[in-house]
Structures are given as C-alpha cells and as structure tokens.
Design a protein around this ligand. Sequence first.
Ligand SMILES: *[C@@H]1O[C@H](CO)[C@@H](O)[C@H](O)[C@H]1NC(C)=O
Ligand SMILES: CC(=O)N[C@H]1CO[C@H](CO)[C@@H](O)[C@@H]1O
Length: 278
Amino acid sequence: MLYIIGLGLSDERDITVKGLDAVKSSERIYLEAYTSVLMIEKEKLEAFYEKPVTIADREMVESDSDQILDNAQNVNVSFLVVGDPFGATTHTDLVIRAKELGIPVQIIHNASIMNAIGACGLQLYNFGQTISMRPDSWYPRVKENTDIGLHTLCLLDIKVKEQSLENMARGRLIYEPPRYMTVNTCLEQMLEIEELRKEGAYGPETLAIGCVRLGTATQQFIAGTMEQLVNEDFGAPLHSLVLIGKRMHIMEFEMVRSFCPEQHQAKFEEIFKRDYEA
Ligand SMILES: *[C@@H]1O[C@H](CO)[C@@H](O)[C@H](O)[C@H]1NC(C)=O
Ligand SMILES: CC(=O)N[C@H]1CO[C@H](CO)[C@@H](O)[C@@H]1O
C-alpha cells in the first residue's frame, strides 16, 4: 500500500491517529519537501516515529518515483505531505504511477491552509479561487473573485532549494536558505500592479487580513485596509494574505474586526459600512 498522509500544519503531533498507524506499519517513509516549507523538522519526525525518514524533493517525486514505489505491492510505504495531501499539489503523477504498477493507494487527510484559514473569521464557503503569488496569472483571478464578492486567499511565494549563480555555475549542489515572501512585500507588489492595470480588482482601501503561522501555536491575524497593513509588523514566517470580498456578512465582519488593531478600527468600520454592507 502507498499511503499519502497529511501531517497538518503545526508539529509532529498533528498527524491523525490513522496516519500514525500507517506510518508505523510502513517499511519506508518519505517526506515531501517542495510544495511547502516544513514547520516540522525531519529529525523530530524520526524521533516521534522511531524510524528513518527520507526527504523527497521535487526531482525525486517527479523523475524517480519508482524508488518511492519500490516493492509497495508487498510492503507499506508512507509519503508524508505537510498540510493536507491535496492542499497544494495533487500528487497525481505519483498516484497514477502507483496505479500503473498495481499498488493500492490510500489517502489520509489532515488540516491544510485551505481549511485552517477559516480561523480568520471568514466563511470558507465565501472564498473564491485561491491564488499563489508566484505565477503571473493571479490578477485576473482576484478580479473574478472581486466581481462576485468572494474572498481571496493569497499564498505567498516560498523559495526553497535555490542555488546562487556561483554555485550553479560551478555545478555545486549547495542551496541558499529558504526565502519567504512577507505580507508587506505581497501588499506592496499587489498595490503597484493595481496602479498599472487599474481594473479595480482591489485598492488601497480594500479590507484584508494578514495571516501568520496558520495552524501553529503562534498563529496570528491582523486585519486592516491593504494600505494600513503594508506597514504592520507580522513577525516570523509563514505568512499568507486574505483579500476580503464585498459579500462579507455582518457576522464575518464582527469576527474580523476583532483582529483589527485599535487605531485602525474606526476606518475599518467606516469602509465596511461604505463599501461592503449590502
Ligand atoms: C500494511 O497496511 C495494511 C492495511 O492497513 C495492514 O493490514 C498491513 O498489516 C500493513 N503491513 C505491514 C507489513 O505492516
Ligand atoms: C482535518 C483533520 O483531519 N485534522 C486532524 C489532524 O490531526 C490532528 C491530530 O490527530 C487532529 O486533531 C485533527 O482533527
């Protein structure tokens, strides 16, 4: 059996009981290490499982998946994914390859940012398309969400396994430390792009929520206008951002307002009454 197991968002103890049973029954354990940066260290996982864990980077999962699937017709293999197995990537290639080899696959879910974001006070059902700040195509998606009044979850760029030009030139497989986009940089870039495009997907007075270390013990939300949030201090990574859609319900508003620093609350309410309340 190939188990694809979500690890949740916080630490080694977030895995479900079912997931842990699967790990314990596995001969080999792989940890997917490219769609998300681990808030969980490999060593902690190994100590918790009392078994070695192999890091599976993108190259291994995409070009060398047979190594992961080796003999999984006869023994159990666990493939661990931070968050939920289908939070960021579908892992379709791995599942299809397993099916071709006649290996049964079982998915064991856990929390991902896609549901943990509900803690910010907005209804999960009122979110539109999630955008990732990496590719260039996000702007029209935000605009589509805005046009029908839905919230937008923006996943910020994480750069892992980047090589410096020098190391690349010399063919040295030495990687730079991971770099994380902050809410501040994201807001700055978004506002600049709106300035250029002027299509009204959002603006300086759009209400937003900066979300920090979601699903962990130090999770934090800060609400305000995009303009106000540019200058907030959000602390350590990981960061994500929500742009609030015009269909925000009064109940959602009450909850989100509680995340608004006192000096910004009057403005927050004024904008809600002016632009949001139907
Ligand atoms: C593999 O998983 C199956 C299904 O959960 C279980 O019945 C079996 O005992 C496991 N195999 C090993 C070797 O632990
Ligand atoms: C969404 C989900 O399944 N979350 C679970 C992740 O694992 C922890 C620990 O077992 C559970 O408490 C969560 O409910």
